[in-house]
Design a protein around this ligand. Structure first.
Ligand SMILES: [Zn+2]
Length: 587
């Protein structure tokens, strides 16, 4: 460091000290921004800076005294990162302290530092004096060392999650961070718990992930637009975005016509508000009544969350968004949900909830109904799934070549399970009841009625057994020890019961193929109840990318809230039919 630069730094430091320790009225962040920021080439708009109406309250919340955690979930390109940039500029002058700006990867960090951060700061005249006094070595794209504080741009990864203590933490695009990374980074502000800033910025993420959870921890404030005709103030919904229904000819959308005719319909007065820039200003006008919803009463203290969607920030571009939506719908109908996920997250800025794509359960083969057994029936089995207050049961009828469900039911008591068994003429040792959760009472029932207990096990690839001198992989095996309950009920037919251990993985894989209609040995009736279809669809195998090397990994997941009890029953039935020697386990 040269003598000259030391002197300059010194002077600046003394001046800052004088500034910081003098009591003065601190302008709100948005007021400060209007006075100090000159919009440069980094934005489509140039000139003196006027914050978008929906960015003002989040900005000003960032400037309040004391610790604050702010979560902004908003569309791509809707001005959300600008809030962070304005805040950082403000903080350099008004609340200095080590500040880090995280983005998802090395690449995005580099891009951000080169194309946005530097230009943003140097376009701020009141900050540019720092650059003049800054020695060259203190000024790199990804690290700016001011005399009184440093500003770093870093990728959000483990090696950058531990080191110095931060006062201000900006986490941009958190929907792309590895699980757990947000709280890891937030730990870096512990030393500043009295005045730190944690700012999360993201598009819509996935239901239940760290961004979504953080947003729900906060005040959950949604931007409301105002109808220019009737003054109705409301959170804008995509279902109110309409276009000319005549734009569809012979089943094909005329996308140009769609884009041109797209408008917003007021849910109160039904006025059609043309999607243009004049109306964009009117619907977002704070003086007309636009603004955020009230903060939620259940927010975690000092946690604020804000949301807006593309109807707010891209009103003059709704036509293009409508075309995106139509494309996403068309793709979804062909089974691809990626475009709809993109639309939901990037434009509506809503968390994506994985919904199972429509799948067809094995085509009903002979048009038979429940209650009609297979011709040449040689076996009848019933599987029972136990819940806290009720049971689910499936009865299947088997021949040497195929099987059919005979009955499906939700049953309210153990006695009604027994009645259901008798009504469907299932042999006592053909009843398989899951002992995973209510183990002792299931053993008791098995001893009372001569039923077989089952237990799912995580045995990838199944059990290795030897059959006629050949080693095979089986979906199940009978436990060598026979379990007994603590108490034997009067009238019990046996003192201990059979226990069938079932490989969850192998039976899931095979049932997945059954479900898709690929195995002749398994079919469903024409009139399966809705609960059956729902539960059979709920269990899905999804591909995940390994976070280290990106290799595909498969995982079973349950979607929706209906549960997977009947799926579990069908799995057990597959295993039991194999055990009974009815048919080979095709896989
Ligand atoms: Zn209206």
């Amino acid at each position: 460091m040269t003598h000259k630069s030391i002197n300059t730094c010194d002077r600046e430091l003394r001046r800052i000290d004088a500034e910081v320790f003098q009591p003065r009225a601190i302008a709100s962040v948005s007021e400060w921004a209007r006075a100090n920021i000159v919009v440069g080439s980094w934005s489509s708009r140039t000139g003196s800076y006027e914050p978008d109406p929906w960015t003002i309250q989040p900005m000003d919340t960032l400037g309040i005294v004391g610790p604050r955690r702010i979560i902004i979930v908003a569309p791509a390109g809707g001005g959300k990162s600008t809030i962070g940039e304005v805040f950082v500029s403000w903080a350099i002058e008004n609340a200095p302290g080590l500040t880090a700006w995280y983005t998802p990867t090395e690449k995005t960090t580099k891009e951000f530092a080169e194309t946005r951060l530097m230009r943003f700061l140097s376009a701020c005249p009141s900050l540019s004096r720092w650059f003049d006094s800054m020695p060259r070595h203190a000024r790199r794209n990804e690290a700016l060392h001011f005399p009184h504080m440093s500003l770093l741009a870093l990728p959000a990864n483990v090696s950058n999650a531990q080191s110095k203590h931060l006062r201000h933490l900006v986490m941009d695009e958190t929907h792309e961070y590895a699980p757990g990374m947000v709280s890891m980074l937030e730990n870096r502000t512990r030393e500043y718990r009295h005045n730190c800033t944690k700012l999360l910025i993201s598009t819509g993420s996935e239901e239940g992930d760290q961004t979504d959870v953080a947003w729900h921890d906060g005040t959950k404030q949604r931007w409301q637009i105002v109808c220019p005709i009737c003054g109705h103030v409301h959170v804008p919904k995509w279902e109110n975005v309409r276009w000319d229904p005549e734009a569809k000819r012979e089943g094909i959308w005329d996308k140009r016509r769609v884009a041109e005719s797209t408008h917003y319909t007021c849910p109160s007065c039904s006025a059609e508000i043309a999607a243009n820039s004049a109306n964009a200003i009117k619907i977002n006008s704070i003086s007309r009544g636009a603004g955020y919803t009230e903060p939620a009463a259940d927010a975690v203290p000092r946690t604020w969350s804000f949301h807006w969607n593309c109807i707010t920030s891209g009103f003059d571009n709704l036509g293009a968004n409508a075309v995106d939506f139509i494309n996403a719908m068309a793709s979804a109908r062909r089974g691809g949900v990626e475009l709809m996920k993109d639309f939901t997250q990037k434009l509506l800025a809503e968390a994506w909830a994985d919904k199972p794509p429509e799948i067809s359960i094995a085509k009903p083969t002979n048009g038979y109904k429940l209650g009609e057994p297979v011709p040449d029936e040689c076996l009848r089995l019933m599987a029972v799934d136990c819940q806290q207050t009720h049971f689910w049961a499936v009865v299947r009828s088997y021949s040497r070549t195929t099987s059919r469900p005979l009955a499906v039911a939700r049953l309210e008591s153990r006695e009604s399970v027994r009645e259901f068994q008798i009504a469907n003429r299932v042999a006592d040792n053909g009843v398989l009841i899951d002992s995973g959760h209510f183990t002792d009472s299931v053993y008791t029932a098995c001893c009372r009625y001569g039923w077989v207990a089952t237990k799912g096990e995580s045995v990838a690839g199944g059990y290795v057994i030897e059959k006629d001198g050949v080693k095979l992989r089986a979906p199940c095996r009978v436990s060598e020890s026979r379990p007994a309950p603590q108490f034997i009920e009067p009238g019990s037919v046996q003192p201990s019961c059979d226990l069938l251990l079932v490989s969850e993985e192998l039976t899931s894989q095979v049932l997945d193929r059954c479900r898709s209609g690929k195995l002749d040995s398994w079919s469903v009736a024409d009139d399966m109840p809705e609960s059956y279809t729902e539960q059979m669809n709920a269990r899905r195998r999804i591909m995940k990318r390994n976070t280290r090397d990106g290799s595909p990994e498969w995982e079973w997941r349950t979607f929706g809230k209906c549960g997977e009890h009947l799926w579990d029953c069908e799995r057990v039935l597959l295993a039991a039919a194999y055990e009974a020697g009815v048919y080979d386990f095709e896989h």
